[in-house]
Ligand binder design. Sequence first.
Ligand SMILES: NC(=O)c1ccc[n+]([C@@H]2O[C@H](COP(=O)([O-])OP(=O)(O)OC[C@H]3O[C@@H](n4cnc5c(N)ncnc54)[C@H](O)[C@@H]3O)[C@@H](O)[C@H]2O)c1
Length: 384
Amino acid sequence: MATPEKVRFGFFGAGSIALFRHGLELSQNPAAEIVLVYDPIKSRAEYLVKHFGGKVAASEEEILKSKEIDAVIVAAYNNEHARLTIAAFEAGKHVLCEKPMAISLEEGSAMVAAGKKAGKKLMIGHNQCLMAPHLKAKQLLQEGIIGDVLTFRTSFCHGGPERWSQDKGPHTWFFKKEKAYVGSMGDLGIHKTYLLPWLLGTDIAEVGAFMDVLHKKDDKGKPITVDDNAMCILRMANGVIGQLTSSWTFYGGEDNSTIITGTKGYMVLGANPDYQVEVFLDNGEVIRYKVGAMATNTVQVKSGIPDLFVDCILDDFEPPFDGIKGYKALAAVVACMESSEAGKIVKVQNELVPVKAAGVAKKSSPVKKSSPAKSSTAKKAKKA
Ligand SMILES: NC(=O)c1ccc[n+]([C@@H]2O[C@H](COP(=O)([O-])OP(=O)(O)OC[C@H]3O[C@@H](n4cnc5c(N)ncnc54)[C@H](O)[C@@H]3O)[C@@H](O)[C@H]2O)c1
């Protein structure tokens, strides 16, 4: 079969991430074309099409049935990811799905199985690994600059998604358990449960966590139904131990920093705006690298994720940020939720779970109720 020269895209969702990342970056890629965009709020699809191309689709089915579409972007609410991804695979499309990939381990496993069955590619939008400071850190860790890694501390914190989402304000879907499933830990923490295994080359084996609603209120003035803060401890499969913090109440700024300690010294990522990677060695040597900024919600840096996905399809290689790694990142988040609820250390379910047809939420059906909070209830990555 002849290799296509272009990848033609359909969009499920025309909210903030579809606009600021997928629409913008695909519109700048000559090997990509946006063909159809669907969002139940039509004005959002119209806005995306006006700025980045394509036509507004009248329904999800129009995208699924279109023979002009090779791949879809799934950028809808978290509880829609699995249903849309599996439908797209059944319609013969490749899928780039946003994180968190799903709202249960059953759904995540079903997505991986559906992609395999269809022989199509599944990539999850875990963009942190492509950020310049993290790419540099991976290279330095592989070179052994700080020796053997012993511990880490990592944070991903900002003032909340109600300032970012197209649903601006306290009514945002991000605050609703039935649509989001998990709060700061699924929005921000999951980036780090993805990043740390990638940086350190080992899975997260077990976790302990406190997840709670400390400050955010919904549009009725009631505490939101997902966590706004999570403090977690992680043990990696190779014995490294570390701390992970996610927060939606980091008012006044954004913190996406990591400290990794090793037998010869430590490195600091994303803390100094002038030198995004700093290495402090036990022999007194200090090495500072200017490699480029981390993206923030207010200052977006090109993620490279849509371009990499286009390359995966055109050059026919497996996405480096694949469904199985996305599943493991989700599994660590689910384990943190269980730990917080039960008040105990929980092992991470890193193996895919058996898939039952009933495991995937149907259109508009509510998700299983379970509280996360105890008290309140391209190619560079290919090489990496
Ligand atoms: N990778 C990242 O760094 C990153 C950053 C932000 C958001 N996200 C993820 O992207 C997804 C979307 O978040 P957002 O920030 O764009 O939110 P948003 O509120 O700005 O937009 C979500 C959009 O999805 C639409 N939608 C809901 N159900 C749909 C369906 N069935 N079909 C098509 N569209 C549907 C909504 O109408 C809305 O316009 C979420 O899963 C979120 O976690 C990822």
